[in-house]
Design a protein around this ligand. Structure first.
Ligand SMILES: [Zn+2]
Length: 262
């Protein structure tokens, strides 16, 4: 057809979009959807205004910084600070300073219920006492039976999920099998290779002779009834009651109560 044109040409030459000028507020017809102003004049006005605003913002920011700096300069000459002043000096909140005080990290003096004084020298002492030290990746290292360093670990949670065992069972077997472990950021890490060996073997259902009575355990480990009961509860050990006697599994109780072999 003769009247056919390419779509892109049509959109720039023929389409008119009704818009409101962002400077004067009058309605106008734009050729592009990105056009914001009705005229070159309005566009220039808007540009100048934007530059003015930016400059104002810069001046205000500078002013805020200048005031903060002069405040800090005044603090520099003081020997005794209030909690608020200490907060300003260290660029923390008052609450942050109180936390340091309550923790015993920062020394402070309470002269009355409303009046707490912090010596500038105590702030400096607090800082001096805590140089930044790079922490090693794990707090300890551990080696296996052959003296080789263990580098791969499971967390306790990973073992529980992977092998479908209980938390206390992880620790019981860990102890019974001397699985090398380290503590890292409050967590116990267990040697991966050892865990794969120890935990893959599904625990066999208890045999009849594996049950041992409370009184036998108490005699063997020299425990009161309450002590034993607490161990059993705490570690979530399996129990069975026959008549008035309570039985636990020898393997489980040994894993918990037997002193470590190394
Ligand atoms: Zn305009």
């Amino acid at each position: 057809m003769s009247g056919e044109r390419k779509g892109s040409k049509m959109s720039t030459s023929n389409i008119r979009i009704k818009k409101i000028c962002a400077w004067c507020g009058n309605e106008f017809e734009a050729q592009k959807s990105t056009t914001q102003y009705c005229s070159k004049r309005c566009a220039e006005h808007a540009y100048k205004d934007r530059k003015r605003q930016e400059k104002k913002q810069r001046v205000e920011t500078y002013e805020v910084r200048r005031v903060e700096t002069s405040k800090n300069d005044a603090l520099k000459d003081k020997q005794y600070l209030t909690v608020i002043e200490a907060a300003q000096l260290l660029n923390r909140t008052r609450y942050g300073i109180y936390k340091l005080i309550y923790r015993g990290t920062l020394k402070a003096y309470r002269l009355s219920s409303q009046w707490t004084v912090i010596k500038k020298s105590d702030i400096e002492a607090m800082i001096e006492a805590r140089p930044y030290e790079r922490k090693p990746k794990t707090t300890e290292t551990v080696s296996d039976e052959n003296g080789e360093a263990v580098t791969e670990f499971y967390t306790t949670k990973e073992i529980i999920e992977k092998f479908r065992v209980s938390n206390s069972w992880v620790f019981a077997l860990g102890k019974a099998h001397n699985i090398p472990k380290v503590y890292h950021r409050g967590k116990t890490l267990w040697s991966k290779a050892h865990c794969d060996r120890v935990f893959t073997a599904k625990p066999e259902p208890p045999k009849e002779y594996d049950w041992i009575s409370y009184s036998e355990v108490r005699a063997e480990y020299n425990l009161t009834h309450d002590q034993l009961h607490n161990y059993v509860k705490y570690h979530g050990l399996r129990r069975k009651k026959v008549g008035k006697y309570t039985y636990v599994l020898r393997s489980e109780i040994d894993a918990i109560l037997r002193p470590p072999t190394r």
